[in-house]
Structures are given as C-alpha cells and as structure tokens.
Design a protein around this ligand. Structure first.
Ligand SMILES: Cc1cc2nc3c(=O)[nH]c(=O)nc-3n(C[C@H](O)[C@H](O)[C@H](O)COP(=O)(O)OP(=O)(O)OC[C@H]3O[C@@H](n4cnc5c(N)ncnc54)[C@H](O)[C@@H]3O)c2cc1C
Length: 180
C-alpha cells in the first residue's frame, strides 16, 4: 500500500502550490477530479494584481482595493495579501510561469513585465500571460510537479465526494484514539 505524509485535495493554484511547498518535507498525494488541469485556475483569464513597478506602492494598492471593496474588505487582510503579492509572483516565475513582457526595445535591453490596468486600479499592476493567465499558471505548476518524484496526482471520478472525507475521518479517529 502506498503511504503519503500529505494529502492535498484539488489541483488548482491553491492545491498545487501547497503540494510544492510541502514536498521537501515528505511524500504528497494530490487527489483531484478526473482531469488534473480542470479547475477555475485553468479558466482565469485577466491576470493577477500585484505591486511590481517602481511607480506603484503597497499603500496605493491597499487604498484601491479598499475603495473597490466598498466596505466589504478587512484592511488587515487586504494589507497582508497586497504585501505578500510580489513574493508570490516571484515564486511563480521561479517555478517557470511565463508572464507577458513588454514588446519593443527597452532601455539597456532590460526585460519588463507587461502590466495592465483594469477597473479600480489607479496604477498599471495586472500581470498576465496574454489572455490565458490561468492556463499558463496551471501549466507551470503541473510541470514543476512533474519534476518532483515525491508528488503523485490521482485523477479520480465518481466516488470523489466520499473518498477523501472518509479517509480524513478515519485518520482523525485514529489520532483521537491515540491521544485518549
Ligand atoms: C472564467 C474565470 C476567470 C477568472 N479570472 C480571474 C482573474 O483574472 N484573476 C484572478 O485573480 N482570478 C480569476 N478567477 C478566479 C480564480 O480562477 C480562482 O480564484 C482561483 O483559480 C481559485 O484557485 P483554487 O486553487 O482555490 O481553486 P480551483 O482552481 O477551482 O481548484 C480547485 C480544485 O479542486 C478540485 N476539486 C473540486 N472538488 C473536489 C473534490 N470534491 N475532491 C477533490 N478535488 C476537488 C477541482 O477539480 C480543482 O482541481 C477567474 C475564474 C474564472 C472561472
């Protein structure tokens, strides 16, 4: 019987990123619906908002988000997400994600991300991969995972709803019995 240290449900950006982060600490099983790329992540088109330009700042991004959120956003949460954004983007690039870059000659031949500006944003800060950003994220993460022999993906259909929950319940019962 195969044994794993981590069980991840779902193969969108959340599941795949988590699997990659814990992989150095043990064997990882990802259980997902029948096609590993089938996820909301794969269909996301527009892009990811993050502060990556010198003309932009965390304060402006927080302000824009709070305004667009019309009182529904918790500032503390917005601030954390905005401040961690550039690091997460750097991680995605490190894993092989190819964001679109500006075309044409740049000063000193430097490469520059093509930043879009969409509703509610006062600065250009939307990183994208043409208009298939999610598909490119999914491709990059799945290809990074394919290079980690200790991550295995199980594409399951049918009994999917019951199986992971039953496994988790059994595991919890065993842990509770041990702790008692
Ligand atoms: C058309 C569209 C456009 C979008 N555009 C943008 C955008 O421009 N910018 C942006 O930031 N966000 C956008 N989003 C939102 C973004 O795609 C999601 O917020 C993000 O992908 C969520 O990632 P996730 O990993 O949490 O979930 P998902 O990507 O949905 O992954 C969930 C995973 O869980 C699996 N799963 C579901 N149920 C089970 C189960 N019972 N057992 C096992 N596995 C299961 C699924 O098969 C899938 O693999 C868009 C979404 C859509 C649909």
């Amino acid at each position: 019987m195969k044994r794993f240290d981590f069980l991840v449900l779902g193969s969108g950006i959340a599941g795949l990123t988590f699997a990659l982060k814990v992989a150095p600490h043990g064997r990882v099983a990802i259980i997902t619906k029948k096609n590993r790329a089938e996820s909301n992540t794969n269909y996301a088109q527009g892009g990811i908002a993050a502060v990556t330009s010198k003309e932009d700042s965390f304060e402006l991004h927080v302000r824009d988000t709070m305004q667009a959120g019309a009182g529904l956003c918790k500032e503390e949460v917005v601030r954390t997400i905005v401040q961690e954004g550039p690091e997460r983007i750097a991680e995605l690039i490190e894993l092989g994600m190819k964001f679109s870059e500006r075309e044409g000659p740049r000063p000193n031949g430097a490469r520059e991300l093509d930043l879009g500006r969409e509703g509610g944003h006062s600065k250009r800060r939307i990183l994208h991969a043409k208009d298939v950003t999610g598909r490119e994220i999914e491709r990059a993460l799945l290809s990074a995972i394919a290079q980690r022999p200790n991550i295995e993906i199980f594409e399951v259909s049918g009994v999917l709803r019951q199986v992971p929950l039953r496994l988790l319940r059994k595991k919890r019962e065993r842990m509770e019995a041990r702790a008692a």
